[in-house]
Structures are given as C-alpha cells and as structure tokens.
Design a protein around this ligand. Structure first.
Ligand SMILES: Cc1cc2nc3c(=O)[nH]c(=O)nc-3n(C[C@H](O)[C@H](O)[C@H](O)COP(=O)(O)OP(=O)(O)OC[C@H]3O[C@@H](n4cnc5c(N)ncnc54)[C@H](O)[C@@H]3O)c2cc1C
Length: 352
C-alpha cells in the first residue's frame, strides 16, 4: 500500500495518478481541504507573468501547463465537475514609463521564444478591459496563460480519487512517519499505526515539520503567507486575469473578483490583517476606479510552501519507501499534475 500525506492538490493528484495505475492508495489529511494552500491559492496559470525564475524554469512551467489541459479535461469528463479552466491570456498593466519599457521589451523577448505575447497601447488594452482607468500607460498580453478555479479543481480531484478507489481519511490530526534505519514502515495517527510500503510526503508548507522523518532525509520548507480577498461583481467589470502594480485581479465564473496577494514570512500564522487586504483593494481601485463601488465578499490567507532554492522537492529520498512532493511555492496549482506523473513514475521504477 502507498500512503500519501496531505490532501492538497499535489497529494490528491499524486494519489489519483497512482490509483489509476493500479496501486492501493490511502490519503491521510490532518484537517480538511480548507486548511491547504490548494484551497487558499489564486489559480493563476502563469509560467511567464511575474516570473521569478529564468527561461529554463519558465519553459518547464509552460510544458506543465500543456499537460494541465489534458488532465483537467479528463477530470471534468470523469466527475462532471467543471474546474473552469481558462487559457484566455493574462494582461499586465504598466502605470509608469519604466514599466512601459520593461513590459514592451519582455513581450518582444517572449515572442522571440515562440510565445504568443503582445505589447498593447492604452486604447488597445482598454478595448479588452474597458474598466482600466487613466493610470494605464499600456500593457503586455501573454495569450498562453490563464486561470483555473482551484477550489472546483479540488472538488473534481476528490471525486476522481474516490472513483478510482483511493481511500481518503480526513481530520486525522497531523500524522507522523514511522521508519527504521533502513526503510519506511508506515504512518502513525495518534494511537493508530497504518503500515505502508511507500509513503509520499505531500504536506505542503508543513512538509518540513513532519514528525518521525530521520534527520538525513528531512527537508526544509518555509511557509510564505498570502492574503487575498474577493469582491462581489454584479456586472463583469473585469473579463480576464489582469495584473496591476500591487495586485492582480481574477474574475471568477461565479461572478466574484479575486484580488491577490500579499507575500509575507510570518511563520504558520494565517490570520487576515484588514490593513493588508485594504492595501490590495486600493491597488485594484487605482487601476480600475469602478471597482471602488464593490462590496467585499470574502477575505482569507494561506501558506505557500517554499524550499530554500524556490524549486520543489519531487521524488525519492535516501530512505527506502519515502518520497517527497513538496515545496511548490507560488506554482503548486499549476504543477500538481506534472508532479503526480513524476512521483508515480519514480515509485513505479522503484517498486517494479
Ligand atoms: C495566497 C496564495 C496564492 C497562490 N496562488 C497560486 C497561483 O495563482 N497559482 C499556482 O499555481 N499556485 C498558487 N499558490 C501556490 C499553491 O497553492 C501551492 O503551491 C500548492 O497548493 C501546494 O499544494 P500542496 O498539495 O503541496 O500543499 P497544500 O495544498 O498546502 O496541502 C497540504 C496538506 O497537507 C496537510 N498536512 C500537513 N501536515 C500534515 C500531517 N503531518 N499529516 C496529515 N496531513 C498534513 C495540510 O493540512 C494540507 O491540507 C498560491 C498559494 C497561496 C497561499
């Protein structure tokens, strides 16, 4: 049996892939999906906009996005739950001359790499997004990017996991790993021990805290807090994902407008600070004054899992039977299906 620790998108995608390949898979979740970054995240599918990596990292994310579309179509068909995947481009707005130069050059360099990117003059971008105000000096549009409703995706994945026979146990409290000096033995939840041949640590921002992990295979993960809010948007004032200085705006299919996000190192604190969400809202209203009339629908915070070099740990460890899929930082929603394939391939290679 394979135990996956954590029912975020990474854990569930991995469990789904392994079960489809015939494995007996058990997912253990300390709380429920609302505790996870996968529920709290924004659902941007953006290999290029706001990129913090170089060309190689961007190309990796872009190829993961190709895989994504197939994955989401399969889940939708299997479960009837639509995760509202939209690859309709991301607009990034310039509000000063420095940003005009930067974004224009960036669009040009992406085109040279074969990516569908454009520089848009103010009248052109306002034709696409008429709510953009006078502060708009132009924008880049990267067509090969988009968004997904990550909460809907989580629902679809849970249903798909059940459909392929994954056993999902929630509200276990934090489980710990059991291992001898040679290999993994299973996991322990309170007084209960469950034996396993393989254990996958998909515990997100808590992956470095997992108890029972021998020192030589422990990983270091820093939780990076993000706060967001949604506004009720009775009329569609924003039609696609728009990044503006200090915030990004994501129109959801349910008629809300998501505004994100702070980036803070605050340990495991997930309290919402009204001043922080107000700051995000102010940035949005500066770019689109009409948003000033909309009421706040919801505010929340989540924890991104960041590794020391910003790249995820994916694969086997020096402890037999112990695998890690954690540390996806700001791209874990995008990278979940690619991670699932990678982990399943490694486990198959190890066990066959
Ligand atoms: C504000 C914010 C915005 C984001 N925006 C985007 C975005 O636009 N695009 C994108 O691609 N990514 C985004 N991300 C990042 C993305 O959400 C994460 O990288 C991804 O969700 C991580 O998934 P995961 O399954 O590894 O971890 P999580 O989703 O955090 O799931 C881990 C689960 O493990 C459980 N767990 C932890 N310890 C234990 C234990 N000991 N025993 C049992 N269970 C345990 C937790 O309760 C949790 O449910 C964002 C994140 C945040 C917080």
């Amino acid at each position: 049996m394979i135990i996956v620790i954590g029912a975020g998108l990474v854990g569930l995608s991995t469990a789904y892939e392994l079960a489809k390949r015939g494995a007996d898979v058990h997912v253990v979740e300390a709380y429920d999906s609302a505790a996870s970054a996968s529920w709290a995240g924004a659902g941007r599918l953006a290999p290029f906009t706001d990129s913090e990596g170089g060309n190689e990292q961007e190309d990796f994310l872009a190829s993961a996005l190709g895989l994504y579309q197939v994955f989401v179509k399969e889940l939708h068909k299997r479960t009837g739950i639509d995760p509202y995947l939209r690859i309709d481009g991301i607009i990034e707005v310039a509000q000063d001359e420095f940003a005009v130069v930067r974004l224009r050059e960036r669009a040009g360099s992406l085109v040279a790499r074969g990516i569908h990117a454009h520089w848009l003059e103010p009248d052109e971008v306002r034709r696409l997004e008429p709510s953009l105000g006078a502060a708009t000096l132009g924008a880049s549009l990267i067509e090969d990017e988009g968004q997904i409703d990550n909460r809907q995706l989580g629902q679809a994945l849970r249903a798909a996991c059940v459909d392929v026979g994954v056993k999902l146990e929630e509200q276990t409290g934090p489980v710990s790993l059991e291992a001898d000096e040679r290999r993994v033995l299973g996991v322990r939840a309170g007084a209960n021990f469950v034996a396993a041949d393989e254990v996958v640590n998909a515990a997100g921002a808590w992956a470095g805290e997992l108890r029972g992990v021998p020192a030589h295979v422990r990983i270091s993960i820093v939780p990076v807090k993000g706060q967001l809010l949604t506004l009720r948007m009775p009329v569609r004032l924003v039609t696609r994902l728009v990044s503006v200085p200090g915030a990004y705006l994501i129109p959801r299919t349910d008629g809300t407008l998501l505004i994100g996000e702070t980036v803070e190192e605050a340990g495991f604190d997930v309290r919402v600070d009204p001043a922080a969400t107000q700051h995000l809202r102010d940035a949005a209203v500066r770019a689109m004054p009409a948003l000033g009339d909309l009421a706040i629908d919801e505010t929340w915070a989540g924890l991104r899992p960041r590794s020391p070099n910003g790249r995820p740990f994916i694969g086997a460890t020096a402890l037999e039977g112990y695998f890690v899929a954690a540390g996806h930082y700001r791209n874990g929603i995008l990278l979940a299906p690619a991670t699932a394939l990678a982990v399943a391939n490694v486990i198959e290679g190890k066990t066959s």
